[in-house]
Design a protein around this ligand. Structure first.
Ligand SMILES: *[C@@H]1O[C@H](CO)[C@@H](O)[C@H](O)[C@H]1NC(C)=O
Ligand SMILES: *[C@@H]1O[C@H](CO)[C@@H](O)[C@H](O)[C@H]1NC(C)=O
Ligand SMILES: *[C@@H]1O[C@H](CO)[C@@H](O)[C@H](O)[C@H]1NC(C)=O
Ligand SMILES: *[C@@H]1O[C@H](CO)[C@@H](O)[C@H](O)[C@H]1NC(C)=O
Length: 194
């Protein structure tokens, strides 16, 4: 009889215990994760990873009255380009001809970072301006030994519809003029993104 009558009391006690532990957990979570919380990626519309291949031509226009690639730091010695830095706002086109469709700009800089041969460090954002990628970017950081047939660089990030982008870019020279120093380079980027 005593056991039966104490039963509703003990179940209330158990319920109270459960509620207070939930409350404590919530409070602790808030304290621990005040500025950082885990979340479900689907909340940000990131459902499935996609794999995309981008192919376009990069125009390094050094000569003429409207260059898109300008030397902002000159090399300390005239006997090599080591130390030179160029800032670029290079057009990206669908085909190799500059008159073909403009799909974006390569904005950033490259520096001559090798004392042997001509090796560049490339730091640039490909800012797309066409179609569903308009307004989105991918970021490339890599080593570019310009006389190698295919140079591979890392795609280290992206924005817009290319968030979480990672992958690689392969560059191969389509045209180079050693008098004007203008060049057209084909880029193939293989990118995983959301
Ligand atoms: C490099 O060449 C230019 C033009 O010939 C000259 O004015 C300059 O002094 C040279 N610089 C060095 C570091 O030798
Ligand atoms: C690019 O296109 C223009 C105009 O269509 C043409 O005159 C020129 O020869 C082309 N250049 C190359 C390298 O194909
Ligand atoms: C790309 O987006 C910009 C800014 O929203 C817009 O002004 C422009 O017309 C767009 N370009 C194309 C080709 O859709
Ligand atoms: C390089 O550019 C110069 C000046 O525009 C031109 O005369 C020459 O034919 C070009 N060379 C090549 C290989 O295209």
């Amino acid at each position: 009889m005593a056991l039966l009558s104490s039963s509703p009391f003990s179940s209330i006690l158990i319920i109270l215990c459960i509620f207070s532990s939930i409350f404590l957990t919530l409070v602790t979570a808030k304290v621990d994760g005040g500025y950082a919380q885990s979340f479900d990626p689907e909340e940000l519309g990131m459902k499935k990873e996609k794999f995309s291949h981008f192919r376009f031509y990069w125009h390094d226009i050094v000569s003429g009255s409207n260059p898109t690639s300008v030397t902002v730091v000159h090399p300390p010695s005239n006997s090599s380009t080591f130390g030179q830095i160029n800032m670029i706002d290079n057009p990206l086109t669908e085909g190799p001809n500059l008159t073909s469709k403009l799909i974006g700009k390569a904005q950033g800089f490259y520096g001559s970072a090798s004392q042997e041969g001509i090796g560049l460090i490339m730091v640039m954002n490909f800012a797309f301006m066409e179609g569903k990628y308009n307004g989105s970017t991918i970021t490339v950081l890599g080593r570019n030994m310009i006389f190698t047939k295919i140079r591979e660089m890392a795609v280290i990030g992206g924005t817009g519809v290319l968030r979480f982008a990672r992958g690689y870019a392969q560059a191969s020279t389509y045209y180079a003029n050693f008098t004007t120093r203008d060049a057209i380079v084909e880029y193939n980027c293989y990118v995983v993104h959301y």
